[in-house]
Design a protein around this ligand. Structure first.
Ligand SMILES: [Cu+2]
Length: 145
């Protein structure tokens, strides 16, 4: 094998390794999930149009009991980050409004790069305290504009 061929091979191996750092293929991307202790069922609603990288966007969270009763007057703390990169969210999103039917608005969401992000919600309500983690994959397509 000549030097050029082995360099090309090394590059191929490098590309394959970088490929492994893309989001795990078995990620649970469900937008409706039970909380860790099954006190609530949480539905996360992303913006209608995927937000561009480094642009602020709002999400909505719908909070219900396991039997479907909306949970009002909850406080929701938002945390998250990229598990594969070891960094958190670039902003500190806040639940700023409570709409009807246990729906809350989260403002200040921002993704600074493509890939696998976790969105972690800590819920504190008159019905109890619990938490839930959602996975979201920010795709290249969303990064375009
Ligand atoms: Cu990252």
């Amino acid at each position: 094998m000549n030097r050029f061929a082995s360099a090309a091979l090394a590059l191929t191996v490098l590309a394959a390794t970088a490929g492994c750092m893309s989001a795990p293929s078995n990620l649970d991307l469900s937008l409706t999930r039970p909380t860790v202790d099954n006190k609530f069922v949480v539905t996360l609603q992303p913006p209608a149009k995927p937000a561009a990288i480094n642009q602020l966007h709002s999400w909505q969270v719908r909070l219900a009991s396991p039997s479907g009763t909306p949970i009002a007057h909850a406080r929701i703390k938002v945390d998250g980050g990229m598990p594969q990169h070891g960094h958190g969210l670039p902003t500190r999103p806040q639940a700023t409004q409570e709409l009807a039917d246990g729906t809350y608005v989260i403002e200040g969401m921002k993704f600074s790069m493509t890939g696998w992000w976790e969105i972690k919600l800590a819920i504190d309500s008159p019905e109890g305290v619990d938490k839930v983690t959602f996975n979201t994959v920010v795709a290249e397509a969303a990064a375009g504009r």
